[in-house]
Design a binder for this molecule. Sequence first.
Ligand code: C5P
Length: 399
Amino acid sequence: MSQTHKRILLGISGGIAAYKCAELVRRLKDQACEVRVVMTESAKQFITPLTMQAVSGEPVADSLLDPAAEAAMGHIELAKWADLVLVAPASSNIIAKMASGIADDLLTTLLLATPAKVAIAPAMNQQMYAHLATQSNLATLASRGVAVWGPGQGEQACGDVGKGRMLEPNELVSLALKTLTPEVPLLAGKTVTITAGPTREALDPVRYISNHSSGKMGYALAEAALALGAKVNLISGPVTLTPPRGCDVHSVSSALDMHQAALALAPGSDVFIGCAAVADYRAADIAEQKIKKQGDEMTLTLVKNPDIIADVAALTAQRPYTVGFAAETQDVAQYAQGKLKNKGLDMICANDVSQAGIGFNANDNALTLFWDKEQQSLPLASKSELALTVVKAIAGKLN
Ligand code: C5P
């Protein structure tokens, strides 16, 4: 990050909400942000480069092949200059290009070239926003760590009512400031090992038993621990997410693989967080050849997997502060407190997965943290926000 930590590259794509960008830049400058503006060709149909130059106090960049602009600040230099690249408004077109990695103009090229955090503020007709193509592109971007801010709900410029309005400039400013304010490095010098995602228990060379864990919560915890300055080992089961930059990824498949990696890394760690949805059982024997259809019924013999987190908590030497997760559908507090005790954990994060929209596979979650004699409820929030709160709570318990 730069010395000021507040260098924002605003990428404006073509949408009617672009008219709000002048206000957005003014409000960012009120907060002592340095702002440089890049516009796509279609953005210029909605607001002029002259307006954006006047409010930002900097020349507006709009061409990849402009020798004069390249001589002043080349596009790679501009990509490196930013602490945050904010695409607002982000049209369905630029979202699709970003998801595909297309770089056919200055803004899309910068988006591939920047090492900075990228955020987008989607703005489009509600039907376009709801389209499966747009939703799948947004999910792809989110899985790569792009922050998706909004859209809001309400009346649209085209007369429709629904989801697709760009967030208001003041909302975008507060999100940008929050993103750019560095966290206090509460975990500097500490090593945090996290298990995430599902495990796969092979039955034969082509089949396995698994579960619906997406790994989102574990990956968000890894990102949060990195933000607090920790060295992070991420032991991940098979997921489709991109790991946060800077963590040491150990990809595993079965519970036995995860157990081996966890017990190798835990003794060198200050904190161990078991967020993986580990299969409780595995096949007693993995068939060497594909199992053939037999009768109307078949019986699988399963044997118990080791309890990874209980084994970590039972370490007698170099035992890390050990944190588990408990997904429950009923009597959450009672079951969670039971697991805290039986597994010998220092802390457990419990969620009620019977509630729609939270827990497995969702982007949001609500948790209750339990210690031996204490508890703390964390209301519904994004997994990233919750992860930061959880990791800060853990940091507060370390000596
Ligand atoms: O017993 P249950 O699966 O509900 O406990 C959940 C907690 O235990 C999670 O932290 C999970 O990562 C961990 N766990 C484990 N090894 C297992 C089963 C669960 O580490 N075999």
